[in-house]
Design a protein around this ligand. Structure first.
Ligand SMILES: Nc1nc2c(ncn2[C@@H]2O[C@H](COP(=O)(O)OP(=O)(O)OP(=O)(O)O)[C@@H](O)[C@H]2O)c(=O)[nH]1
Length: 194
Protein backbone atom coordinates (compact mmCIF):
# COMPACT_ATOMS: atom_id res chain seq x y z
CA UNK A 1 0.00 0.00 0.00
CA UNK A 2 1.22 3.47 -0.90
CA UNK A 3 1.45 5.30 2.41
CA UNK A 4 1.25 8.84 1.10
CA UNK A 5 -1.88 8.58 -0.96
CA UNK A 6 -4.49 6.00 -1.80
CA UNK A 7 -4.70 4.86 -5.39
CA UNK A 8 -7.52 2.98 -7.10
CA UNK A 9 -6.80 0.15 -9.52
CA UNK A 10 -9.07 0.09 -12.56
CA UNK A 11 -9.09 -2.99 -14.82
CA UNK A 12 -10.68 -2.61 -18.24
CA UNK A 13 -12.45 -5.81 -19.22
CA UNK A 14 -15.31 -4.60 -21.36
CA UNK A 15 -13.91 -5.14 -24.83
CA UNK A 16 -15.12 -7.52 -27.52
CA UNK A 17 -12.01 -9.77 -27.66
CA UNK A 18 -12.86 -10.34 -31.32
CA UNK A 19 -9.25 -11.14 -32.27
CA UNK A 20 -8.96 -13.73 -29.47
CA UNK A 21 -12.42 -15.21 -29.96
CA UNK A 22 -13.12 -15.53 -26.21
CA UNK A 23 -13.09 -13.07 -23.32
CA UNK A 24 -9.39 -12.22 -22.85
CA UNK A 25 -9.63 -11.30 -19.18
CA UNK A 26 -10.89 -14.78 -18.30
CA UNK A 27 -8.16 -16.74 -20.10
CA UNK A 28 -6.17 -18.93 -17.74
CA UNK A 29 -2.38 -18.60 -17.67
CA UNK A 30 -0.27 -20.32 -15.00
CA UNK A 31 -3.41 -21.44 -13.13
CA UNK A 32 -4.89 -17.97 -12.84
CA UNK A 33 -7.07 -15.87 -15.10
CA UNK A 34 -5.48 -12.84 -16.74
CA UNK A 35 -7.58 -10.62 -14.49
CA UNK A 36 -6.34 -12.42 -11.36
CA UNK A 37 -2.72 -11.81 -12.43
CA UNK A 38 -3.49 -8.11 -12.78
CA UNK A 39 -5.32 -7.99 -9.45
CA UNK A 40 -2.30 -9.63 -7.80
CA UNK A 41 0.05 -6.99 -9.27
CA UNK A 42 -2.18 -4.09 -8.24
CA UNK A 43 -3.44 -5.23 -4.87
CA UNK A 44 -0.43 -4.19 -2.74
CA UNK A 45 -0.50 -0.69 -4.25
CA UNK A 46 -4.17 0.24 -4.15
CA UNK A 47 -6.99 0.92 -1.72
CA UNK A 48 -9.68 -0.43 -4.06
CA UNK A 49 -9.92 -2.37 -7.31
CA UNK A 50 -12.66 -1.64 -9.84
CA UNK A 51 -13.32 -3.97 -12.78
CA UNK A 52 -15.11 -2.28 -15.67
CA UNK A 53 -17.10 -4.94 -17.48
CA UNK A 54 -20.68 -5.54 -18.49
CA UNK A 55 -20.50 -9.26 -17.75
CA UNK A 56 -21.32 -10.87 -14.41
CA UNK A 57 -18.52 -13.41 -14.99
CA UNK A 58 -16.24 -10.86 -13.37
CA UNK A 59 -18.17 -10.92 -10.09
CA UNK A 60 -16.24 -14.11 -9.16
CA UNK A 61 -13.19 -11.97 -8.28
CA UNK A 62 -14.96 -10.27 -5.35
CA UNK A 63 -13.98 -6.76 -6.36
CA UNK A 64 -16.26 -3.92 -7.32
CA UNK A 65 -17.56 -4.45 -10.87
CA UNK A 66 -19.11 -1.55 -12.72
CA UNK A 67 -20.76 -1.44 -16.13
CA UNK A 68 -19.88 1.07 -18.83
CA UNK A 69 -21.83 4.29 -18.44
CA UNK A 70 -21.56 4.74 -22.20
CA UNK A 71 -21.74 1.26 -23.75
CA UNK A 72 -19.92 -0.03 -26.84
CA UNK A 73 -17.58 2.92 -27.04
CA UNK A 74 -14.14 1.38 -26.49
CA UNK A 75 -11.41 1.90 -23.91
CA UNK A 76 -12.04 5.64 -23.43
CA UNK A 77 -15.53 4.74 -22.22
CA UNK A 78 -14.04 2.12 -19.90
CA UNK A 79 -11.60 4.67 -18.46
CA UNK A 80 -14.43 7.18 -18.09
CA UNK A 81 -16.54 4.67 -16.15
CA UNK A 82 -13.68 3.56 -13.91
CA UNK A 83 -12.63 7.11 -13.07
CA UNK A 84 -16.22 8.16 -12.43
CA UNK A 85 -16.61 5.36 -9.84
CA UNK A 86 -13.19 5.97 -8.26
CA UNK A 87 -12.88 7.74 -4.93
CA UNK A 88 -9.21 8.68 -5.30
CA UNK A 89 -7.42 11.35 -7.38
CA UNK A 90 -4.87 8.84 -8.77
CA UNK A 91 -5.81 5.62 -10.54
CA UNK A 92 -3.95 2.81 -12.24
CA UNK A 93 -5.73 1.91 -15.47
CA UNK A 94 -4.73 -1.47 -16.86
CA UNK A 95 -6.24 -3.45 -19.72
CA UNK A 96 -7.23 -7.05 -18.98
CA UNK A 97 -4.85 -8.46 -21.60
CA UNK A 98 -1.44 -7.88 -19.95
CA UNK A 99 -1.16 -10.91 -17.60
CA UNK A 100 2.61 -10.57 -17.09
CA UNK A 101 2.44 -7.13 -15.49
CA UNK A 102 3.91 -6.93 -11.99
CA UNK A 103 3.78 -4.72 -8.93
CA UNK A 104 7.21 -3.15 -9.42
CA UNK A 105 6.37 -1.91 -12.89
CA UNK A 106 3.06 -0.42 -11.79
CA UNK A 107 4.77 1.17 -8.83
CA UNK A 108 7.04 3.12 -11.19
CA UNK A 109 3.99 4.92 -12.55
CA UNK A 110 3.02 6.07 -9.08
CA UNK A 111 6.47 7.40 -8.18
CA UNK A 112 6.30 10.33 -10.60
CA UNK A 113 5.34 13.81 -9.42
CA UNK A 114 1.65 13.10 -9.52
CA UNK A 115 0.55 16.67 -8.95
CA UNK A 116 1.79 17.80 -12.36
CA UNK A 117 0.53 15.11 -14.70
CA UNK A 118 -2.93 13.99 -15.79
CA UNK A 119 -1.49 10.75 -17.14
CA UNK A 120 1.72 8.79 -16.53
CA UNK A 121 2.21 6.08 -19.16
CA UNK A 122 4.95 3.79 -20.46
CA UNK A 123 6.43 3.59 -23.91
CA UNK A 124 8.39 0.82 -25.53
CA UNK A 125 10.52 1.64 -28.58
CA UNK A 126 8.48 4.72 -29.44
CA UNK A 127 5.11 2.95 -28.98
CA UNK A 128 3.13 4.38 -26.09
CA UNK A 129 1.19 2.12 -23.75
CA UNK A 130 -1.80 4.15 -22.51
CA UNK A 131 -3.52 1.09 -21.01
CA UNK A 132 -0.82 0.48 -18.43
CA UNK A 133 -0.91 3.93 -16.94
CA UNK A 134 -1.85 6.19 -14.07
CA UNK A 135 -4.75 8.55 -14.72
CA UNK A 136 -6.08 11.34 -12.57
CA UNK A 137 -9.76 11.13 -11.77
CA UNK A 138 -10.13 14.56 -13.36
CA UNK A 139 -9.44 12.98 -16.80
CA UNK A 140 -13.03 11.66 -16.80
CA UNK A 141 -14.11 15.08 -18.04
CA UNK A 142 -11.91 14.88 -21.15
CA UNK A 143 -13.12 11.30 -21.79
CA UNK A 144 -16.71 12.44 -21.92
CA UNK A 145 -15.87 15.40 -24.15
CA UNK A 146 -14.24 13.06 -26.68
CA UNK A 147 -17.03 10.48 -26.51
CA UNK A 148 -19.61 13.23 -27.04
CA UNK A 149 -17.67 14.15 -30.18
CA UNK A 150 -17.70 10.45 -31.19
CA UNK A 151 -13.90 10.29 -30.82
CA UNK A 152 -12.81 6.82 -29.64
CA UNK A 153 -9.07 6.90 -30.27
CA UNK A 154 -7.05 6.61 -27.07
CA UNK A 155 -4.18 8.64 -28.50
CA UNK A 156 -6.57 11.57 -28.87
CA UNK A 157 -7.34 11.33 -25.16
CA UNK A 158 -3.73 11.18 -24.08
CA UNK A 159 -2.61 13.96 -26.44
CA UNK A 160 -5.26 16.25 -24.97
CA UNK A 161 -3.86 15.76 -21.46
CA UNK A 162 -0.71 16.65 -19.52
CA UNK A 163 1.24 13.42 -19.91
CA UNK A 164 4.51 11.98 -18.65
CA UNK A 165 5.88 9.06 -20.66
CA UNK A 166 8.41 6.67 -19.12
CA UNK A 167 10.50 4.38 -21.33
CA UNK A 168 10.47 0.81 -20.19
CA UNK A 169 13.76 -1.00 -19.75
CA UNK A 170 14.78 -3.88 -22.00
CA UNK A 171 14.25 -6.35 -19.14
CA UNK A 172 10.74 -4.98 -18.53
CA UNK A 173 9.58 -5.51 -22.12
CA UNK A 174 8.21 -8.97 -21.37
CA UNK A 175 5.99 -7.57 -18.60
CA UNK A 176 3.94 -5.39 -20.95
CA UNK A 177 3.21 -8.14 -23.49
CA UNK A 178 -0.27 -7.47 -24.85
CA UNK A 179 -2.14 -10.72 -25.56
CA UNK A 180 -4.70 -10.09 -28.28
CA UNK A 181 -4.67 -13.27 -30.35
CA UNK A 182 -4.37 -17.02 -29.90
CA UNK A 183 -0.86 -16.76 -31.35
CA UNK A 184 0.15 -14.08 -28.80
CA UNK A 185 -1.12 -16.41 -26.06
CA UNK A 186 0.87 -19.36 -27.46
CA UNK A 187 4.06 -17.31 -27.24
CA UNK A 188 3.75 -16.70 -23.49
CA UNK A 189 2.57 -20.25 -22.78
CA UNK A 190 5.54 -21.67 -24.67
CA UNK A 191 7.93 -19.37 -22.82
CA UNK A 192 6.77 -20.92 -19.52
CA UNK A 193 7.21 -24.44 -20.84
CA UNK A 194 10.84 -23.90 -21.84
N1 LIG B 1 -14.94 -1.25 -20.15
C1 LIG B 1 -14.59 -1.32 -21.42
N2 LIG B 1 -13.39 -1.82 -21.75
C2 LIG B 1 -13.09 -1.89 -23.07
C3 LIG B 1 -13.97 -1.49 -24.09
N3 LIG B 1 -13.37 -1.71 -25.30
C4 LIG B 1 -12.16 -2.22 -25.03
N4 LIG B 1 -11.98 -2.33 -23.68
C5 LIG B 1 -10.82 -2.84 -22.98
O1 LIG B 1 -9.69 -2.13 -23.43
C6 LIG B 1 -8.56 -2.99 -23.55
C7 LIG B 1 -8.02 -2.94 -24.97
O2 LIG B 1 -9.03 -3.39 -25.82
P1 LIG B 1 -8.69 -3.89 -27.29
O3 LIG B 1 -7.76 -5.05 -27.21
O4 LIG B 1 -8.25 -2.73 -28.10
O5 LIG B 1 -10.12 -4.31 -27.82
P2 LIG B 1 -10.97 -5.59 -27.50
O6 LIG B 1 -12.37 -5.23 -27.88
O7 LIG B 1 -10.78 -6.10 -26.11
O8 LIG B 1 -10.40 -6.71 -28.48
P3 LIG B 1 -10.57 -6.82 -30.08
O9 LIG B 1 -12.03 -7.03 -30.34
O10 LIG B 1 -9.76 -8.02 -30.44
O11 LIG B 1 -10.04 -5.54 -30.66
C8 LIG B 1 -9.05 -4.36 -23.12
O12 LIG B 1 -8.75 -4.51 -21.76
C9 LIG B 1 -10.55 -4.30 -23.32
O13 LIG B 1 -11.26 -5.16 -22.45
C10 LIG B 1 -15.26 -0.98 -23.70
O14 LIG B 1 -16.11 -0.60 -24.52
N5 LIG B 1 -15.50 -0.91 -22.36
Amino acid sequence: MNNEENITGIILAGGKSSRMGSDKGLLVYNNKTFVEHIIEAMQPLVSEIIIVSNTKDYDQFAHKRVEDIIPDSGPIAGIHTGLTHSNTPSNFVVSCDVPLINRLLLEKLSLQDKEIYDVVQFEDNGKTIPLIALYKKRCAKKCIELLDANEKRLRKLVSALEVKTISILEKERVLVANINTVDDFKVIKNAVNH
